[in-house]
Design a protein around this ligand. Structure first.
Ligand code: IZC
Ligand code: ZN
Length: 422
């Protein structure tokens, strides 16, 4: 006897749990079961098959999906969810054509969020992040990564990571935490980048001891951290047992992709300016290229990451929101899926694999998240959509009808999603 049986599913998307991310052509294979059914027991998927076969299965609760699309819960593998303040004042600067790195160099951008985050209490940081996290969940996300990096000092970095821990305890989603201490150089350390980096390296030890993060990350970019500095920091993090990630080649082609591969990073993120050589190296590796087209869109740029070249040359690609208060202010991964279709020219099959299995691999959850294999935790979304092509096609709105984690409904489009007429 199952606890729950969902039948009459128009399309059930079943990405296979695999040891490695899907690479190149494999990304275009999406397992789709039509007129399907799925059962849940003790929070895990206990059976999948056809609606006809489901008639022979007993369950405490049965639900008719009415021909809707059902997929694994989405995985958002790159977010800056915990921060103080907001940066709507930068919109006018953007409109005036002032580049992102120039705003940062002037003490704004990341540094203004650092100031606000330092002044925000732990309790308030958790409250604020909860608001955004609930919005993410309502858009279908059941697993995500969250970075620190708006402290740039011991106290505030630990406060941010503690906020992540509180969210992990409070919310029924899987959350990977990433220490991004080297996200910018604080004004107190201008001209003393190496000292600052050494301070962040010292902090790695404490974070490891308190088990506050599984990954370490660095912003490798012109005017921020160089390739040599990034290599130094990431190697130290690796020695201490962290998985490593890197903000690579977002604006300038410094060789971040090559560095990520040479260190065996779990992911290289952004990659808009990655070189041909960098892409080639990625395609020969299992480092996941995490692409963030929402950021390119929001920064008003015309050049997007070369997803087609990456996939066609055999790389593993995932997609993320990069949700943050400056360069990608959206919790909606569905919108990113539309941008991936329109701007990155990814197929619908590649897109669904990129926000499920491959995104899970990018945060070390390849064996548990982004799949609905028998025995896996039942994290899934029922979509107000008849097929998987529909979600990236109809852009800018929320298509989730209900969102489940561990077999329990956590969100449902309710009275605020449909207008109640008097
Ligand atoms: O707050 O601007 N790129 N880090 C690197 C960001 C964007 C977040 C921000
Ligand atoms: Zn980022």
């Amino acid at each position: 006897m199952h606890d729950f049986l969902l039948y009459n599913i128009g399309q059930l998307i079943l990405p296979a749990a695999s040891e490695k991310p899907l690479k190149g052509k494999e990304m275009n294979n999406l397992r789709v079961l039509k007129n399907a059914a799925m059962a849940v027991m003790d929070g895990c998927v206990s059976w999948t098959g056809s609606t006809e076969e489901a008639e022979g299965h007993l369950a405490k609760i049965k639900r008719n999906a009415k021909g809707r699309l059902v997929t694994p819960g989405l995985v958002d593998p790159h977010t800056h969810l915990v921060f103080g303040g907001s940066r709507e004042n930068e919109m006018a600067l953007k409109q005036a054509g002032i580049p992102y790195l120039e705003i940062l160099a002037g003490g704004g951008g990341i540094l203004s969020t650092v100031e606000a985050t330092r002044q925000t209490s732990l309790k308030e940081l958790v409250r604020k992040a909860s608001f955004h996290l609930e919005r993410m969940i309502s858009h279908g996300v059941t697993s995500l990564e969250v970075k620190s990096g708006y402290g740039l000092d011991r106290e505030t970095e630990l406060k941010q990571l503690t906020a992540v821990k509180r969210l992990q305890d409070q919310y029924p989603v899987r959350m990977a935490a990433t220490f991004l201490g080297p996200h910018a150089i604080p004004p107190s350390h201008k001209g003393m980048e190496l000292e600052f980096l050494e301070g962040m390296i010292l902090l790695l030890e404490e974070i490891k001891q308190q088990n506050l993060a599984q990954f370490a990350d660095i912003f490798c970019e012109t005017g921020v951290f160089s390739i040599a500095q990034s290599r130094h920091f990431l190697k130290k993090a690796q020695e201490k047992g962290f998985g490593i990630k890197i903000h690579a080649d977002e604006i300038d082609p410094l060789g971040g992709a090559e560095l990520a591969v040479s260190l065996g990073a779990v992911s290289a993120d952004h990659l808009v300016a990655a070189t041909e050589e960098g892409i080639k190296r990625l395609s020969e590796s299992d480092t996941v290229a995490v692409l963030l087209p929402g950021t390119t869109f929001y920064l008003g740029k015309d050049m997007y990451a070369k997803a087609r070249v990456m996939i066609d040359s055999g790389a593993a690609v995932a997609l993320a929101t990069d949700f943050n208060p400056g360069s990608s202010v959206t919790e909606n991964l569905q919108l990113i899926m539309s941008l991936a279709a329109l701007k990155l020219k990814m197929t619908a099959e590649e897109i669904w694999n990129a926000v499920t299995v491959n995104a899970a691999h990018a945060i070390g959850m390849g064996d548990e998240a982004g799949t609905l294999e028998n025995g896996c935790r039942a994290d899934f979304v029922v979509w107000d959509a008849p097929n998987y092509h529909y979600v990236p096609y109809h852009f800018g709105v929320n298509h989730a009808e209900s969102v489940y984690s561990a077999g329990i409904k956590r969100w449902e489009r309710g009275k605020y999603g449909t207008i109640q007429l008097p």
